[in-house]
Structures are given as C-alpha cells and as structure tokens.
Design a protein around this ligand. Structure first.
Ligand code: AMP
Ligand code: MG
Length: 402
C-alpha cells in the first residue's frame, strides 16, 4: 500500500496544465494567468496629478499670496498654466497644470477676496502623484497565484481589459451505488440519499473546476464501464465515488484496470484507504471511496491539489498550523489519520483542536462542523490528549466561546 506522500507525488506527476483562454477581467476572478508576468500598457498613473483637493502651485512661491487663475478637475486636461505668483484650483486626480510642482491642500490655505493665502511653505513635490510612479509603461509586473480583487485592479490600472488564463479543468462527478437516490427524493427500502454528488461537485467548483454531475451508476460492471468511458470523453478528469473497495459489487477499480490503466489503488490513510487512480482513454479517473467523509477527505487531500496543479497553482492552498489535541482519538497505526476537529484559540493564545464529533467515515455532521483536519502520523495508535499535531485549516480558526 502506498504512503500518503508517495500517492500524492504520483498523482501530481500526472497533472497536465490546461490550455489558455482569453477572458474579460470581469470573468477572471479566481483564475490563473498563463504567463504571470504582465507588461503595463500605460504608465500608472498615466499623468502627474494631485493627491488632494487643493491648489496646484510652485513651492518656491510659498508662503505667500497667489492669484487663482483656473481649475483642474479630474477627467479633463488642465487648461491654465501656473506662472510665478499664481495657482490653479485642483481636485484629487486632476492633472497637474504646466508650471506647477506642488499642491497645497484646501485645509492648509485661505481664500481672501479671490486671493489665495498660503501661510506656510509647501514642500517641493508635495501631494503630487507623478506619472508612472507605481508602474512604468512596459514594466514587467508579476501576478502569480489566482487572480484576486487587488490583482484584477492592478491589471485594469495597467491598461488590460482581457487576460489569458488557464481553462478551468473539465471534471465529471459520478456516484456509484444501487442504494442511491437523488437528494430530496423519497427513500425506498434500503435506499439512501446521494450526498457525495452534491458534496464533490461543490468541492470541485471551489477548487476551480468546470463541473458536470453525471447520472448515478448502478453496481454492474457493464454499466460502470460504459458510464466511465462516456464521462471521460472531452474531460480532463473523472471523479467517481463508491465501488472502489473489495465488495463483490465494487467494480470501479476493476473496470479502470481492465479497460484503461490503473496507476495505483489503496493509500495508507484514514479515512479513504481504497482510493483508486488510473486513466481511461487518456483521461484521468480518480475513484474515491463511497463513505461520505472518506470521499470528502480524499477529495481534499488528492483531487483539490490535482485540480490546482492543472491550472499551475502549487499545493492545496490551505494553511497548516500546529494545534493541541484536547482528547485522545484512537487510530490505525499503519495509516496516517486525518481527523475532523474544531480548531480554536484558547484564552492563553494557544490553538486547541477539539474533536468535531465521531470519527467514523460515515459520520457527515462532524465533517460539516469541523474547520480543520488533524494530521496524526503513521506509527502511532492515537492522537494523544495534550499533544500538538499539524492541522490543515479548511476554514478560519474559530473564536472560543467565552
Ligand atoms: P462503497 O465505497 O461503494 O462500498 O460505499 C461505502 C459506503 O458509502 C456505503 O455505506 C454506501 O452506501 C455509502 N455511499 C456510497 N456512495 C454514496 C453517496 N454517493 N452518497 C452517500 N453515501 C454513499
Ligand atoms: Mg457502493
């Protein structure tokens, strides 16, 4: 059985970057530039302008009494020049008039019968935003990572309206299992609601994928084979849940092995041991275990970093911290465990990890309650009360109840 790190390394080695597509900035939130180095089309700011509402003037004329000869508002070129002894009223963002070198803010001056009184000396260049002082035209600016609101703003300020980003990975999500019915449907004898389709589709969207949820597959080898092949067509990744264990009606792994190529099966983790990875017709297939917590945890540990790698993002994008377990949680010593915990900051400032509830892989509500996974290494039989472990934060650290 592969270790967690070996399995992740082998999976990520199979990731191929998607091709690029050009999108408007309005559609680029969360996307990743194909080339993170972008050249500015214009100087930022494009012209010398005022940082304050006030008067553009010559510092050498201050302190003193000046004649106001015009105005420079934002959005238009300044018409009046500033000659010795004169000033131009200027708005924040208004272009600096020719001849002016500084701005005196409204708050620092007086207008007495049409004459501007500047009582104190103005420092040369004060409150002037000179052209190109943020970025020069043609300058290379690196915007790595996914596009956030500030990064989009930088692109807009540099004169770009559209950018080339990595295409979202196309992902098919399929649940397998004779017992499953659609969320919201009436249950017959022995049936349960298909929560994995809902959960995995949402998790894939969160990880940046373009998702298609395909019809559930019955536990029959022929049905599994046909459905997986048609899911693979035109997609970058097929994610299944269920049917990868050793039961008589678990067909997913066998079908991948028979019709395609199985890269690996079973990883020494808890939950999620029966994870299967392979490909069909050149499309990667990741078979997640059916238990709802196993499906979500293995998505988090494997599918999420894989989807990110396909658009050129490193890692899983999660913060890792250290937190002290507040209870003993037994585990299988042969496997690395990822336990559902709530991490909060104690009064003393230390991070504490409380079990979010039962740790069975069928127990979804503790998974929903948890804000982190507590990582307990191979070779030990439990997470020990009072000992510190790595936690993978899925949400923010919680405030402890007072
Ligand atoms: P399997 O991996 O197919 O043996 O499934 C393991 C357990 O997970 C069984 O109790 C299944 O009923 C349950 N399960 C499988 N698929 C789903 C699903 N899509 N939604 C909710 N539970 C599931
Ligand atoms: Mg099943």
């Amino acid at each position: 059985m592969l270790s967690y790190t070996d399995a992740l390394t082998r999976l990520l080695a199979l990731a191929r970057p998607t091709d690029g597509e050009t999108v408007a900035l309005a559609d680029a939130l969360g996307r990743v530039l194909v080339d993170p180095v972008v050249r500015a089309m214009v100087d930022v700011p494009p012209f010398d302008n005022s940082a304050m509402d006030g008067y553009a003037l010559r510092a050498a004329d201050t302190p003193g009494r000046l004649e106001v000869v015009g105005e420079s508002m934002a959005g238009a070129a300044s018409v009046s020049d500033v000659r010795p002894g004169s000033a131009v009223a200027i708005a924040t963002g208004g272009p600096m008039p020719a001849g002016a070198d500084s701005v005196a803010p409204v708050e620092d001056v007086d207008l007495v019968g049409g004459t501007l009184v500047v009582p104190a000396a103005v420092t040369l260049g004060r409150h002037v935003r000179s052209s190109g002082h943020d970025t020069r035209r043609g300058e290379a600016v690196r915007l790595g990572g996914s596009l956030t609101s500030p990064r989009l703003a930088v692109l807009a300020s540099m004169g770009l309206g559209r950018v080339e980003v990595r295409r979202r990975p196309r992902v098919a999500i399929i649940s397998t299992g004779d017992e499953l019915v659609e969320a919201g449907a009436m249950l017959g004898p022995g049936q349960i609601h298909d929560s994995n389709s809902v959960a995995l589709a949402a998790a894939a969207v969160e990880a940046g994928a373009e998702v298609a949820v395909l019809p559930r597959i019955a536990d029959e080898a022929d049905a599994v084979g046909g459905a997986l092949r048609s899911a693979a067509a035109g997609r970058d990744l097929v994610v299944t849940s269920g049917g990868v264990s050793v039961g008589p009606r678990d067909h997913v792994r066998a079908v991948i092995e028979a019709d395609g190529r199985l890269d690996f099966w079973r990883v020494a983790i808890q939950p999620g041991k029966p994870l299967a990875v392979g490909s069909l017709d050149g499309t990667l297939v990741i078979g997640l275990p059916g238990n709802p917590v196993s499906a979500l945890v293995t998505f988090e540990l494997f599918v999420r970093p894989f989807l990110r790698a396909m658009v050129g993002l490193a890692g899983d994008g999660r913060t890792r911290l250290g937190a002290t377990a507040s209870a003993r949680l037994p585990k299988d010593p042969r496997r690395r465990a990822f336990m559902r915990v709530v991490v909060s900051r104690s009064a003393g400032g230390e991070l504490v990890a409380d079990p979010a509830g039962g740790q069975m892989s069928s127990q979804l509500r503790p998974m929903a309650e948890a804000n982190a996974l507590l990582v307990v290494p191979e070779g030990v039989e439990a997470a020990e009360d009072g000992q510190e472990y790595e936690v993978i934060m899925l949400e923010a650290v919680r405030d402890q109840a007072p």
